[in-house]
Ligand binder design. Structure first.
Ligand code: FNR
Length: 185
């Protein structure tokens, strides 16, 4: 069986992040033949054009760019801040899009799926919507399957970050199967 690697990026620096926990669950519930390469945004500095001009793109960013470029797809697991995406995650994508000449290699035509978790009720719907112009700007190929909106995350996940809500587990399993099919097709 052909195996495919999907790079998963959780967009929170918090140790007990619900979104990092959701990424772990996505890895666990992915279909056979799919490996989720779980990445974090830790260590990515704030974007600074002077730093880029003087020192180039930081090695931590170049490494992540190469992982994405070598992958079959990208899974962005996004928190929601103030009805939009968190600045730390947007900053990471901004660095990953530098230099401009590399955008096509890293993101061009790349299958991308979005999901997210929040203790709130709307399950990151607004954050996910806010990502769409970014995915368009980068020339990705977003997957338009059913949205995975994990609200009430403090109940859906237990104290150890295990996804215990059976309904969400089944939704996540179906989501990963659908995205795997999109990536593989
Ligand atoms: C939040 N949070 C939040 N949640 C939400 O559903 N809608 C929102 O607009 C916001 N706004 C917001 C702003 C800021 C500045 C913070 C720090 C938080 C709550 C957020 O979902 C919660 O902190 C999650 O736990 C963040 O994800 P991680 O870190 O658990 O992955």
């Amino acid at each position: 069986m052909r195996t495919m690697t999907i790079v998963g990026i959780a967009g929170s620096l918090r140790r007990g992040s619900y979104n990092a926990a959701l990424l772990r669950a996505a890895s666990e519930l992915s279909p056979a033949g799919i490996t989720i390469d779980q990445q974090s945004i830790r260590g990515i500095p704030l974007y600074d054009g002077d730093v880029e001009d003087e020192l180039g793109v930081p090695s931590v960013v170049e490494e992540l760019k190469d992982r994405i470029a070598a992958s079959s797809g990208l899974l962005i697991v996004t928190p929601e801040y103030n009805s939009s995406m968190p600045g730390v995650l947007k900053n990471a994508l901004d660095w990953l899009s530098r230099p401009d000449a590399d955008v096509a290699r890293v993101f061009g035509g790349r299958p991308v799926a979005l999901m997210g978790a929040t203790p709130g009720r709307l399950g990151t719907a607004l954050s996910q919507a806010a990502w769409l112009p970014v995915l368009r700007a980068l020339g990705t190929r977003p997957w338009w399957g059913p949205r995975l909106l994990v609200g009430g995350a403090s109940k859906a996940l237990d104290a150890d970050g295990r996804l215990v809500d059976q309904r969400v587990r089944e939704e996540l399993r179906a989501f990963m199967a659908g995205f795997a099919e999109f990536v593989g097709g």
